[in-house]
Design a protein around this ligand. Structure first.
Ligand SMILES: [Zn+2]
Length: 335
């Protein structure tokens, strides 16, 4: 049985409004959709509602200086979590995080992902009093926003393999040992088991997925790096954003990265495919609104982009996709 460590967390169904009603004074940092869903049941209304939008340091610092000094509640997706974490940390105010989708692990990581000069930087150190996970909020979100939630866990599939490869090539900066794969493999085994429950959106499946995110967030802080969960698949995702000038749901983009990279790493492609299938995560380019050209251009740019950006040494830096046929690349995702 998988046992997670990390932030103080509470799970349940339809627990969000009762929690806010008993909280005292608070400000709410949120998006329109989840707030509209529960607003009518919240008798203890927030002192101040902030719509999460920008993630530049300047904007967030100005916001932190403006808000009243009361409990901070973040309700929503990644940008609401990151904004609330920043305001809490800058002002040293109590914090509750209520994710409305299980898409990323932002509610369980201590740093905020800020957008500066077109790139992402990580800063801050948030420790929430509580992460409240309300399964009914997840079930009210579009299905693909739930099934994409596996992406940052599935990333371990390609990431640990890259880490091993870096070690074999004497390019590891993070102290690989023969025990290093164990934790990633344990996450993947648990993910494979809970994937049908994620697809069916059962309490058990959703709780187990969030427990994986919780443990990964905790481990990133403990280890002071994310090498076990970030490799070629994320480097493909960053390249896609550069090539196309846009993005799609992070978990779906990373899942595409896991598929294409695991196939050409020679790393149990069928295992990755099996988890994606069981979780019902979208992976066909037509379902994701990505053209074949955008995908092929991104895959073929990953090698040079990873080298230019000095990303961690991984298969992404050594696979020359210009040597590989369009069909072979497209087959990895269009099944
Ligand atoms: Zn990620």
């Amino acid at each position: 049985m998988f046992q997670a460590q990390g932030s103080n967390v509470k799970y349940g169904s339809n627990i969000c409004s009762a929690y806010l009603n008993s909280l005292g004074d608070y400000i709410l940092i949120t998006h329109k959709e989840p707030w509209e869903l529960i607003e009518k049941d919240v008798t203890n209304q927030p002192k101040f509602v902030v719509g999460a939008k920008e993630l530049s340091k300047k904007y967030l610092d100005d916001l932190a200086n403006e808000v009243p000094g009361v409990h901070v509640v973040g309700l929503g997706g990644g940008s609401a979590m990151d904004t609330a974490k920043w305001v809490h940390w800058r002002r040293q105010l109590p914090l509750t995080l209520i994710p409305s989708i299980p898409s990323v692990d932002a509610c369980f990581t201590r740093m905020s992902a800020l957008r500066e000069q077109g790139g992402v930087i990580y800063d801050g150190d948030a420790v929430p009093d509580l992460v409240l996970v309300d399964f009914d909020l997840f079930r009210a979100a579009p299905e693909s926003m739930v099934t994409s939630g596996i992406g940052d866990v599935l990333a371990c599939h390609t990431a640990w393999f890259d880490w091993k490869y870096a070690h074999e090539k004497n390019k590891d900066e993070f102290g690989w040992t023969s025990e290093s794969p164990e934790i990633s493999l344990q996450y993947l085994a648990e993910l494979a088991e809970c994937a049908p429950g994620v697809k069916a959106q059962t309490d058990d499946g959703l709780r187990r997925l969030m427990e994986l995110h919780r443990d990964i967030g905790w481990r990133c802080h403990e280890m002071k790096h994310a090498r076990f969960e970030e490799g070629s698949e994320h480097f493909f995702a960053y390249t896609f954003e550069e090539v196309t000038g846009r993005t799609i749901a992070h978990g779906e983009l990373v899942s595409l990265g896991v598929l294409v990279m695991s196939k050409f790493q020679g790393n149990n492609f069928d295992g990755a495919k099996d988890i994606i299938e069981k979780a019902g995560t979208r992976h066909r380019l037509s379902d994701l609104g990505i053209s074949s050209k955008e995908f092929l251009d991104s895959v073929r740019r990953t090698q040079s982009f990873s080298i230019e950006q000095k990303l961690w040494f991984s298969y992404a830096q050594t696979i020359d996709f210009s040597e590989i046929s369009d069909e072979a690349i497209l087959e990895s995702v269009n099944w």
